[in-house]
Design a protein around this ligand. Structure first.
Ligand SMILES: O=C(O)CCC(=O)C(=O)O
Ligand SMILES: [Fe+2]
Length: 384
């Protein structure tokens, strides 16, 4: 099958007519024009309330960011959940407040990810990239996944860990499903099964720390997967920095909450960067790769072999490109990400196509997108 590479490149890098219109529309509706093109290095946050959607102004302690102007992501109150589809069309991510989630289990994330290496190694599942402990030492990052389809691979003798982890996961999935439902207020865009089952949803605890980089180098095979996971980034002194490469998530929606220091940045469809620092009482909601499949122009498919970029309209929600960079001096960062995914075999695209003289029905399953994405340069996904 043809690669999605050029499609994704076009979506994110080349403004087209539609983008210009959206840009103009966003400006009319109050979104500020943004000019930043590079990742800012740090951000402080000021908030101010405007109606039910609150604008966050991220200002930097460095002159670089203040020179480039304010970068804003909106805050939406969960009681105004019906506003989220429109807001996610205009912004690459939103902060959700008054969501009613239990406290984010950062203490469990920290306890698990700072266990001695030999214990963490017992929490690996060599057959799965979405279960148990993993690390990417060159990138200064380690993580642990919970996947409800399989038994939780938690730390030994810690009952609270399993209880709090599954509780946070279940409630977060409930919120993400509720957001999805809002897209169906006028017509069914998102399939019913997404609300009725957790599908292949997962949750991840992450730690970014120079300590991870400084551990002994590991022997890696040279697969694309490992090269991407272990990408290297250095600061001005040539020292490696903890980070995750720019990517989009292979899911429908992602919910993220993190500790200071800040380090998360998201791009909008015009390639403009927003800082997304943690804000007390909120969680961040981002769109995943499946959103264009659900919100493309009626009857059109975002797959390159069909309409591709032509299927993207003003009401299409694009996947949120994001990256995390944590300067060494900032200390370590923990984050918790919940990924709402359908069943692996859910058909996300169906089309009758001509093969020679024959007409055949071509179906694309959610899982096929994962394989395809490994070939998309610069937007790699690690089932993330
Ligand atoms: O740590 C974060 O805030 C983001 C993690 C992430 O993007 C991922 O695991 O896909
Ligand atoms: Fe991600």
């Amino acid at each position: 099958m043809p690669s999605m590479k050029s499609r994704i490149k076009k979506l994110f890098l080349n403004g087209n007519d539609k983008d210009q219109k959206l840009n103009a529309k966003s400006k009319e509706s109050g979104e500020q024009g943004l000019t930043a093109r590079t990742c800012p290095r740090g951000a402080d946050v000021n908030t101010s309330t405007v109606g039910t959607v609150t604008n966050i102004t991220a200002t930097s302690s460095t002159s670089t960011l203040s020179e480039t102007g304010a970068l804003e992501l909106p805050i939406v109150d969960y009681k105004d959940v019906s506003q989220i589809p429109d807001t996610l069309i205009k912004y690459p991510a939103i902060y959700l407040i008054n969501h009613g989630l239990p406290p984010a289990p950062f203490s469990h994330a920290r306890t698990l990810l700072t266990l001695p290496k030999k214990i963490k190694d017992t929490l690996r599942d060599p057959k799965s990239t979405v279960r148990g402990y993993n690390n990417a030492k060159a990138s200064g990052r380690e993580w642990w996944d919970y996947n409800p389809a399989e038994k939780l691979l938690g730390p030994p003798d810690n009952e609270e860990f399993g209880k709090d982890t599954t509780e946070f996961f279940n409630q977060s999935i409930g919120i993400l499903q509720k957001i999805c439902q809002q897209f169906n207020s006028q017509r069914q865009l998102i399939p019913q099964e997404v609300f009725e089952e957790e599908g292949f949803s997962t949750m991840r605890y992450l730690r970014y720390s120079p300590d991870v980089i400084d551990q002994q180098p590991q022997n890696l095979d040279q697969s694309t997967y490992n090269t991407v996971l272990n990408s290297h980034r250095a600061d001005d002194n040539g020292e490696a920095i903890p980070h995750i490469e720019a990517h989009t998530d292979l899911d429908i929606l992602t919910l993220i909450t993190a500790t200071e220091p800040s380090g998360l940045y998201v791009w909008n469809r015009r390639g403009e960067v927003f800082s997304a620092p943690p804000i007390d009482g909120t969680v961040l909601i981002m769109a995943g790769d499946l959103m264009p499949f659900f919100t493309s122009k009626p009857g059109k498919s975002p797959l390159e072999q069909h309409e591709g970029v032509e299927a993207i309209g003003e009401d299409t929600v694009l996947p949120t490109a994001h990256t995390v960079v944590v300067p060494r001096s900032a200390g370590e960062r923990y984050s918790i990400a919940v990924f709402l995914r359908p069943r692996r075999d859910m058909i996300v695209d169906k089309r009758v196509v001509k093969r020679g003289e024959k007409e055949v029905e071509e179906e694309t399953a959610f899982w096929w997108l994962a394989t395809e994405k490994l070939h998309v340069e610069g937007r790699k996904c690690f089932l993330a």
